[in-house]
Design a protein. Structure first.
Length: 175
Protein backbone atom coordinates (compact mmCIF):
# COMPACT_ATOMS: atom_id res chain seq x y z
CA UNK A 1 0.00 0.00 0.00
CA UNK A 2 1.18 3.49 -0.67
CA UNK A 3 0.91 6.40 1.67
CA UNK A 4 -1.11 9.44 0.61
CA UNK A 5 0.96 12.16 -1.02
CA UNK A 6 2.15 15.16 0.94
CA UNK A 7 -0.71 17.55 1.59
CA UNK A 8 1.39 20.68 2.15
CA UNK A 9 0.64 22.02 -1.33
CA UNK A 10 -3.05 22.54 -0.61
CA UNK A 11 -4.77 25.81 -1.20
CA UNK A 12 -6.74 27.34 1.66
CA UNK A 13 -10.03 25.54 2.29
CA UNK A 14 -12.17 28.64 1.69
CA UNK A 15 -11.09 29.03 -1.94
CA UNK A 16 -12.59 26.87 -4.69
CA UNK A 17 -10.11 24.78 -6.60
CA UNK A 18 -11.90 24.85 -9.95
CA UNK A 19 -13.96 28.04 -10.24
CA UNK A 20 -16.72 28.16 -12.83
CA UNK A 21 -15.05 28.05 -16.20
CA UNK A 22 -16.56 30.91 -18.16
CA UNK A 23 -19.36 32.88 -16.63
CA UNK A 24 -19.53 35.13 -19.70
CA UNK A 25 -20.89 32.18 -21.69
CA UNK A 26 -24.09 32.14 -19.62
CA UNK A 27 -27.26 33.47 -21.21
CA UNK A 28 -27.99 37.11 -20.49
CA UNK A 29 -30.34 37.66 -17.57
CA UNK A 30 -29.50 34.29 -16.01
CA UNK A 31 -28.16 34.25 -12.50
CA UNK A 32 -24.54 33.19 -12.35
CA UNK A 33 -24.19 29.75 -10.80
CA UNK A 34 -22.66 29.72 -7.36
CA UNK A 35 -19.11 28.43 -7.57
CA UNK A 36 -18.90 24.93 -6.15
CA UNK A 37 -15.96 23.62 -4.20
CA UNK A 38 -13.83 20.93 -5.80
CA UNK A 39 -11.11 19.12 -3.94
CA UNK A 40 -7.63 19.08 -5.47
CA UNK A 41 -6.21 15.97 -7.13
CA UNK A 42 -4.03 15.35 -4.07
CA UNK A 43 -7.05 15.63 -1.78
CA UNK A 44 -9.05 13.38 -4.12
CA UNK A 45 -6.38 10.67 -3.76
CA UNK A 46 -6.59 10.83 0.03
CA UNK A 47 -10.38 10.64 -0.15
CA UNK A 48 -10.23 7.75 -2.66
CA UNK A 49 -7.89 5.76 -0.40
CA UNK A 50 -10.17 6.40 2.58
CA UNK A 51 -13.19 5.34 0.51
CA UNK A 52 -11.60 2.04 -0.48
CA UNK A 53 -10.74 1.19 3.11
CA UNK A 54 -14.18 2.17 4.35
CA UNK A 55 -15.85 0.04 1.68
CA UNK A 56 -13.74 -2.96 2.69
CA UNK A 57 -14.59 -2.47 6.37
CA UNK A 58 -18.28 -1.93 5.57
CA UNK A 59 -18.53 -5.11 3.49
CA UNK A 60 -16.59 -7.03 6.15
CA UNK A 61 -19.01 -5.95 8.89
CA UNK A 62 -22.02 -6.81 6.74
CA UNK A 63 -20.66 -10.29 5.93
CA UNK A 64 -19.70 -10.83 9.58
CA UNK A 65 -23.16 -9.78 10.75
CA UNK A 66 -24.78 -12.19 8.29
CA UNK A 67 -22.57 -14.97 9.68
CA UNK A 68 -23.51 -13.99 13.25
CA UNK A 69 -27.17 -14.02 12.20
CA UNK A 70 -26.88 -17.48 10.67
CA UNK A 71 -25.10 -18.75 13.79
CA UNK A 72 -27.83 -17.18 15.92
CA UNK A 73 -30.57 -18.85 13.91
CA UNK A 74 -28.82 -22.20 14.24
CA UNK A 75 -28.28 -21.73 17.97
CA UNK A 76 -31.94 -20.88 18.50
CA UNK A 77 -32.72 -24.54 17.80
CA UNK A 78 -30.15 -25.69 20.38
CA UNK A 79 -30.42 -22.96 23.02
CA UNK A 80 -32.97 -20.25 22.34
CA UNK A 81 -31.48 -17.71 24.76
CA UNK A 82 -27.95 -17.95 23.30
CA UNK A 83 -29.34 -17.72 19.76
CA UNK A 84 -31.38 -14.69 20.75
CA UNK A 85 -28.28 -12.97 22.19
CA UNK A 86 -26.50 -13.59 18.87
CA UNK A 87 -29.40 -11.95 17.04
CA UNK A 88 -29.18 -8.92 19.34
CA UNK A 89 -25.45 -8.58 18.62
CA UNK A 90 -26.20 -8.78 14.90
CA UNK A 91 -28.08 -5.47 14.84
CA UNK A 92 -25.32 -2.99 15.79
CA UNK A 93 -22.79 -4.91 13.72
CA UNK A 94 -25.03 -4.71 10.66
CA UNK A 95 -25.69 -0.99 11.23
CA UNK A 96 -21.96 -0.31 11.57
CA UNK A 97 -21.37 -2.08 8.25
CA UNK A 98 -24.18 -0.27 6.43
CA UNK A 99 -23.23 3.19 7.69
CA UNK A 100 -19.52 2.64 7.00
CA UNK A 101 -20.35 1.45 3.48
CA UNK A 102 -22.64 4.45 2.88
CA UNK A 103 -19.95 6.87 4.06
CA UNK A 104 -17.35 5.15 1.88
CA UNK A 105 -19.60 5.39 -1.17
CA UNK A 106 -20.26 9.07 -0.51
CA UNK A 107 -16.53 9.71 -0.22
CA UNK A 108 -16.01 7.86 -3.50
CA UNK A 109 -18.65 10.07 -5.18
CA UNK A 110 -16.67 13.14 -4.08
CA UNK A 111 -13.80 11.87 -6.22
CA UNK A 112 -15.89 10.59 -9.14
CA UNK A 113 -18.17 13.59 -9.68
CA UNK A 114 -17.71 17.29 -10.23
CA UNK A 115 -19.69 20.09 -8.62
CA UNK A 116 -21.20 18.04 -5.79
CA UNK A 117 -18.26 17.62 -3.41
CA UNK A 118 -19.87 19.40 -0.46
CA UNK A 119 -23.21 17.55 -0.83
CA UNK A 120 -21.44 14.16 -0.90
CA UNK A 121 -19.16 15.21 1.95
CA UNK A 122 -22.21 16.08 4.05
CA UNK A 123 -23.79 12.73 3.17
CA UNK A 124 -20.63 10.92 4.29
CA UNK A 125 -20.49 12.94 7.50
CA UNK A 126 -24.15 12.15 8.21
CA UNK A 127 -23.43 8.41 7.91
CA UNK A 128 -20.38 8.79 10.16
CA UNK A 129 -22.46 10.76 12.68
CA UNK A 130 -24.94 7.87 12.87
CA UNK A 131 -22.11 5.36 13.19
CA UNK A 132 -20.38 7.20 16.01
CA UNK A 133 -23.64 7.92 17.81
CA UNK A 134 -24.29 4.17 17.87
CA UNK A 135 -20.74 3.46 19.04
CA UNK A 136 -21.05 6.18 21.72
CA UNK A 137 -24.18 4.58 23.19
CA UNK A 138 -22.71 1.08 23.02
CA UNK A 139 -19.69 2.37 24.92
CA UNK A 140 -21.87 4.15 27.53
CA UNK A 141 -24.00 1.02 28.05
CA UNK A 142 -20.85 -1.11 28.36
CA UNK A 143 -19.36 1.28 30.92
CA UNK A 144 -22.59 1.27 32.95
CA UNK A 145 -22.57 -2.54 33.03
CA UNK A 146 -18.90 -2.54 34.06
CA UNK A 147 -19.57 -0.14 36.94
CA UNK A 148 -22.60 -2.21 38.01
CA UNK A 149 -20.49 -5.40 37.94
CA UNK A 150 -17.74 -3.83 40.07
CA UNK A 151 -20.24 -2.40 42.57
CA UNK A 152 -22.08 -5.74 42.68
CA UNK A 153 -18.85 -7.64 43.28
CA UNK A 154 -17.85 -5.27 46.07
CA UNK A 155 -21.27 -5.62 47.71
CA UNK A 156 -21.22 -9.42 47.43
CA UNK A 157 -17.70 -9.66 48.87
CA UNK A 158 -18.39 -7.19 51.70
CA UNK A 159 -21.64 -8.97 52.66
CA UNK A 160 -19.83 -12.30 52.87
CA UNK A 161 -21.85 -13.97 50.11
CA UNK A 162 -18.60 -14.49 48.22
CA UNK A 163 -15.95 -15.75 50.66
CA UNK A 164 -12.49 -14.35 50.27
CA UNK A 165 -9.64 -16.86 50.45
CA UNK A 166 -7.32 -16.64 53.41
CA UNK A 167 -3.54 -16.53 53.12
CA UNK A 168 -3.22 -20.25 53.71
CA UNK A 169 -5.81 -21.10 51.06
CA UNK A 170 -4.43 -22.51 47.81
CA UNK A 171 -6.06 -22.47 44.41
CA UNK A 172 -6.47 -26.23 44.41
CA UNK A 173 -8.19 -26.20 47.80
CA UNK A 174 -10.74 -23.69 46.47
CA UNK A 175 -11.71 -26.07 43.65
Amino acid sequence: MTQPPNLDSQTPPGQPQHPEQNQAAQPSGAKPAAPSYEFTMVQDEVIRALSKKMNFVGYFYIVASVMVGLAGLGLMFVNFLVGFVYMIFLTPELLIGIWTLNAGKSFRLIVDTKGQDIAYLMSALNSLRKLYTLMFWILIIGLVFMVLAVVGAILLISSGLIPMPTESTTITSML
